[in-house]
Design a protein around this ligand. Structure first.
Ligand SMILES: [Zn+2]
Length: 492
């Protein structure tokens, strides 16, 4: 394309010609021919100080000044066009289609923006049926729980009235679950109508309240209960408690079992080869639930200390008896007050009267007002003022035994009242012939005062006659309970 003419071989920049740009070439050529010695760009390094040099320097300065004047400067930045920040639907739409690494917190695809086909609703639709469960803190809280679950006041009280027909609200166990089904309502300002309510009112009774034809009706569904007791046997091994627990006996029953055994055999010395035998009350519902009750039989077999114990009611009192009909040994005398013995039984010089006199009891020094307990079970014979004794209580314990408590500051019992061993009957005082707060404590055997510290007063109940044969029959029935119900339960 670029053809240099053969004739025009001068190297004076751009002087070579192309036919199309002939005009400037002609102009520069003419200029050069006319001012052959005019140098547009003199060398500022040579002939310094000459006219040409000054002209060159002026041209250079002029060009530099012109360039500086055209320069935009550094203090005023030049802005390019920046797109505005996206917000709202535009941002959502862009983000939904964008890709960003998850490691940098990309939310790609989290939310897809609504397209033009989407129109907002004026009202959200409701579920036609609402099912929920609620837990009762107590039966009495039923109405409140129903209303909190969205049942209307009218429906709730109707349900309350229906359920009361079958079972008292107080009888319903705390923690009972309510299964509620609420139906469709006409508008949102109204509570939903109750369609169905189910609850286990008792272990053996399920209640169902359902709406049919606009009114609620109650259906009672009895649940069959099998009350065969649970019998658990096993080797005692290293620890009776742990072995019995491992075999499936509940903690409370094992504790009662050990306590019951302890009244007859040294539990800690039972050989590891001995077998424990426990029978516990049990209720098994057909729906699968199991409730374990109280200990019904406590036994040890297979070693020297064989024991068979059963609770039996005799004389209005339930007690544990062993296979020979022997009850617990009771009546070991208790201390009537907490304190030290300050004066003993026998002849002594009376601290107030000054002469030797029989001291018919023992004195226990204790602070004024501290409690005085009945030393054994008995009936109050005397409760009131009695000259030298001050405020006095006398108890009769049966079998010719009696006890007396003198110098009391307070009396909490009345004559004829039955008291139990360890029950508080009065308070230590300083009434009557006394030199300071203490309890004067007497014991009578067939009307004669004896030293309370010398007697060991105990009795063992023994079943006889009809009681004994009834007890034996009960024991045999209990021993016929099959073993291993508890293990079956685990396999269910
Ligand atoms: Zn005394």
């Amino acid at each position: 394309m670029f053809v240099r003419s053969e004739s025009d071989s001068e190297m004076t920049g751009g002087a070579g010609g192309r036919a199309s740009v002939a005009a400037p070439q002609v102009f520069t050529a003419k200029f050069r021919r006319r001012f052959s010695d005019f140098d547009v760009m003199p060398d500022l390094g040579s002939r310094i100080g000459s006219l040409t040099w000054y002209r060159g320097a002026a041209t250079c300065i002029g060009l530099c000044a012109f360039t500086l004047l055209l320069a935009p400067g550094f203090e005023n930045p030049i802005y390019g066009t920046v797109p505005p920040k996206m917000t709202g639907a535009q941002f959502d739409a862009t983000r939904a289609q964008s890709i960003r690494p998850l490691g940098m917190g990309g939310t790609t695809g989290y939310r897809v923006a609504a397209s033009r086909l989407v129109t907002p609703l004026t009202d959200t639709p409701e579920r036609p049926i609402l099912q929920s469960t609620a837990k009762l803190a107590s039966g009495e809280a039923l109405l409140g729980v129903l209303q909190r679950s969205g049942v209307g006041k009218g429906d709730a009280s109707a349900v309350g009235a229906l359920i009361t027909k079958a079972v008292a609200l107080g009888e319903i166990q705390p923690g009972t679950m309510l299964d509620l089904t609420l139906g469709r309502r006409a508008d949102k300002s109204q509570p939903r109508p109750l369609e169905k309510l189910e609850l286990r009112a008792r272990f053996d009774l399920k209640l169902e309240v359902a709406r049919s034809g606009g009114t609620l009706s109650l259906k009672e569904i009895p649940i069959a209960i099998d009350r065969t007791p649970l019998r658990i046997q096993g080797t005692i091994g290293g620890s009776l408690y742990r072995s019995a627990r491992a075999a499936g006996a509940p903690a409370k029953a094992v504790e009662t079992y050990i306590k019951t055994l302890a009244s007859r055999v040294p539990v800690s010395r039972l050989g590891s080869g001995c077998k424990f035998d426990i029978i516990i009350g049990q209720a098994r519902a057909e729906t699968g639930e199991v409730q374990l009750g109280n200990l019904m039989y406590a036994g040890v077999s297979g070693c020297a200390n064989n024991v068979q114990m059963l609770p039996y009611e005799s004389g209005g009192k339930v007690e544990w008896y062993d296979s020979s009909g022997k009850g617990n040994t009771t009546g070991m005398m208790g201390m009537p007050a907490n304190g030290r013995f300050s004066s003993s039984f026998g002849m002594r010089r009376h601290p107030i009267l000054g002469y030797a006199r029989m001291h018919k009891g023992v004195d226990i020094a204790a602070p004024w007002g501290s409690p005085v307990y009945a030393a054994a079970d008995g009936v109050v014979q005397v409760a009131g003022r009695s000259s030298g004794y001050g405020n006095l209580i006398r108890l009769s314990h049966g079998g010719g035994n009696g006890s007396g408590y003198g110098h009391l500051s307070r009396i909490y019992v009345r004559p004829g009242q039955h008291v139990r061993k360890g029950q508080q009957i009065g308070a230590v005082g300083n009434t009557g012939m006394s030199t300071g707060p203490h309890l004067h404590y007497e014991w009578y055997k067939n009307g004669v005062a004896v030293n309370p510290r010398s007697i060991s007063f105990s009795s063992t109940k023994q079943l006889t006659g009809g009681d004994l044969s009834q007890f034996r029959a009960k024991l045999n029935a209990m021993l016929a309970v099959p073993v291993g119900h508890g293990l079956e339960r685990d396999e269910d």
